[in-house]
Design a protein around this ligand. Structure first.
Ligand code: ADP
Length: 686
């Protein structure tokens, strides 16, 4: 298989190795299948051969038995002849005893009784067939008989002539041999009993009919010339032959048996059955092995694909991955991590603390952190932030999520960490925080501008009073009442006291604005709701007086403090109060009441909450205005900035609370927001 050139060399090497293994395994399989096939064929062939040798041996045995049968039959014939000639016979008595014998022996063609000079004394042809020697004069064959008888006399026992062909009237003929038995009385040969055998009939008579039915049995000469045949070999695939020598005195014949045997049965014997069963088992095992190997190959292919997929996934991840062993050495880094820190994998793998990407000034702290981690303490699940240093020295902010690395046996082998580069995110957050602060400052200034006009109006009164008391005092000094110095001093004292009072009042007004505008640290602290309201009260009263609004306060008993940045929350309260009062600044709103309530809100699992509610009976908020209420710079007022509510909501949400509004039937609007109670805060009067 061709591998895409852009795949990393390591992966290409790995996959090529797997495929080369597969090729090698394939050739091993081919060799195994070939070997098994060869073994099976050899076994079946050997079993077949064994079968054939068994058949051959059986045929040899049968042939040997047949020869023995023939020999025994001939011996019985000799005994019958000897019994015939045991008594002295006349021609008539000889014929009377020979007749039944000829009838019993189908293979006897003719029996002759000759004297010692071979002169025929009497003879008888078989009554079972036409006389055999009618066509050929006996003299033609007498020579053979004479030789046989000479041999018989020498050995004083039966002897056979060599076989000869006797033609018949029908044009056919048969092979004949003669048995010559010398007739001895008192040690002297007195004659010969000669029996002519048809070789063919001899076989038919002496062998069982069953034998001839299954086989072709023949007498042949030692050189292979066929002399007589009976039976025929049955139908069969294979021809088996067996030969046995029938060695008679004076005559040597070969008994040849040819038999055909059909194809052996499927399981002719236990061996073949065993071999076949084993072959089937072997082939089944082989099939199973091939199946198993196929499954393995598929698993390997899947594994290779999974490996390639994992590699591709690792390469395309933007999250940096790093694995460390239990000693803290880096064992794996992905390309994203290398890109993040600017080091090559070779520069990182096997590295232990201090890592090359640790900023030098942080090494101590990080080493401590690593020691804690290696001691087995799991890091926070949500991760933690850290600062790394790129190879070029640039610092980057990263979010690290770390988890124990557990192997398949469930043992921890190290730590796996994921890194997210949050440098850009932090920069954007910083920018947004700065712009938020700028907006807040702008909003505060806008409020201040608005208040400046109120201030001038409010300061007018004390200043006018101071001025008139001062003028009065001056007049008293320039033109004191004659003779009543004590009264003058008392008047002056009163005037100065009033001046001091008015100056104090003006100072308070100015201080309240100063306090509000002055930027304070955004630290959270526990503040009582009362303190929050008190801080904005002078400013609120300024506006209330101008717009002829009655401010009504309603506090629950035993209110806890709230955990907040008081400057910001004061601004929220001031904003809501101001909006409410402005909404009521219209001619058709005779009873102008602004209700400020503070009460406990339903607490949830994490916190207890305090709710601030600012209710006006003003114009209310239409659906169109409501849709954009919290959009920065949305305003319906000519002098409005439209920043108030959007900032209010941001501030409250930064504290974890909610800011919401509702209509207040029949007129007006209710704004409410919640602030958290500091944990384990003792309740106190608000
Ligand atoms: P500004 O006060 O500068 O207009 P805000 O964000 O505080 O900006 O308010 C936006 C708008 O919301 C106001 O212009 C006004 O139309 C509407 N609004 C705010 N509070 C109320 C209120 N209590 N009743 C009626 N309308 C209100």
């Amino acid at each position: 298989m061709k591998l895409p050139p852009h795949w990393p060399p390591q992966l290409r090497k790995h996959l090529s190795f797997i495929w080369s293994l597969r090729d090698r395994r394939l050739s091993l399989w081919v060799a195994l299948v070939g070997l098994v096939a060869a073994v099976l064929i050899t076994l079946v062939w050997l079993a077949g051969r064994y079968e054939a040798s068994q058949v051959q041996a059986a045929l040899e045995r049968d042939t040997q038995d047949a020869v023995n049968d023939i020999r025994a039959g001939l011996m019985r014939d000799v005994q019958a002849l000897q019994a015939l000639h045991a008594n002295r016979h006349t021609a008539a008595s000889w014929a009377a005893e020979t007749g039944p014998l000829l009838r019993e022996h189908r293979d006897w063609l003719r029996v002759e009784w000759r004297d010692a000079q071979m002169k025929l004394r009497s003879h008888m042809d078989s009554p079972l067939r036409a006389p055999s020697f009618s066509k050929t004069p006996r003299t033609n064959t007498l020579n053979d008989v004479i030789q046989a008888c000479q041999r018989a006399r020498r050995s004083n026992g039966p002897a056979y002539s060599s076989s000869y062909f006797v033609p018949q009237d029908d044009g056919m003929g048969f092979e004949v041999t003669d048995l010559c038995l010398p007739l001895v009385i008192a040690g002297e040969t007195v004659g010969y009993a000669i029996t002519s055998y048809s070789l063919q009939e001899l076989m038919a008579e002496q062998l069982s009919p069953d034998f001839g039915r299954r086989n072709e049995v023949s007498f042949t000469e030692p050189d292979g010339t066929r002399l007589a045949v009976i039976g025929q070999h049955g139908r069969g695939v294979r021809l088996f032959s067996a030969q046995q020598l029938l060695d008679l005195p004076g005559l040597t014949l070969v008994l040849r048996v040819d038999g055909r045997r059909g194809a052996p049965d499927l399981f002719p014997n236990v061996l073949t059955a065993l071999v076949t069963a084993m072959s089937i088992a072997l082939v089944s095992v082989l099939v199973l092995l091939v199946k198993d190997s196929r499954r393995r190959l598929k698993a390997e292919r899947d594994l290779a694909e999974a490996l390639a997929f994992r590699k591709a996934m690792e390469d395309s991840l933007v999250t940096g991955l790093r694995a460390r062993d239990l000693q803290g050495r880096i064992t794996y880094v992905n390309p994203a991590f290398c890109q993040m820190v600017g080091f090559k994998p070779a520069e990182l793998l096997g590295h232990n603390a201090p890592m090359p990407y640790w900023p030098p000034e942080m090494v101590g702290e990080y080493q401590q952190r690593q020691a804690i981690r290696l001691a087995g303490n799991a890091p926070p699940r949500e991760g933690y932030e850290s600062v790394f240093m790129r190879k070029d020295g640039e610092r980057i902010s990263v979010l690290i999520i770390e988890a124990p690395l557990i192997n398949v046996l469930g043992e921890q082998t190290g730590w796996m960490s994921a890194f997210l580069d949050i440098t850009e995110q932090r920069r954007v957050e910083e920018m947004s925080r700065a712009s938020q602060e700028r907006l807040q400052a702008t909003a505060r200034l806008a409020t201040v501008g608005e208040m400046a006009s109120l201030l001038s109006h409010e300061l007018n009164q004390p200043l006018a009073a101071i001025s008139s008391y001062a003028n009065g005092s001056l007049n008293l000094l320039q033109d004191p009442a004659p003779g009543d110095t004590a009264q003058t001093l008392a008047d002056l004292h009163l005037a100065l006291k009033r001046i001091a009072e008015q100056a104090g009042r003006a100072g308070k007004v100015i201080n309240s604005v100063h306090d509000f505008v002055r930027r304070r640290d955004q630290d959270r602290e526990a503040v009582t709701p009362q303190a929050l309201i008190d801080a904005i009260m002078p400013l609120m009263q300024l506006q209330a007086r101008k717009l002829r609004v009655r401010v009504v306060m309603k506090f629950d008993d035993k209110l806890p403090s709230v955990w907040c940045d008081r400057t910001m929350v004061e601004q929220v309260l001031l904003n809501l109060a101001r909006n409410g009062m402005q909404a009521m600044d219209r001619p058709n709103c005779p009873e102008r009441v602004l209700l400020i309530q503070v009460r406990r809100a339903a607490s949830n699992l994490e916190h207890q909450w305090v709710e601030f509610i600012v209710t006006d009976v003003g114009c209310g908020i239409s659906a169109e205005v409501a849709a954009q209420l919290f959009t920065p710079f949305f305003t319906t007022k000519t002098e409005g900035m439209g920043l108030g509510l959007s900032l209010c909501r941001t501030v409250i949400e930064q504290h974890g609370g909610h800011l919401e509004f509702d209509a207040h039937p029949p007129h007006g609007t209710v704004f409410r927001f919640t602030l958290p109670v500091p944990p384990q805060q003792p309740t106190q009067r608000g």
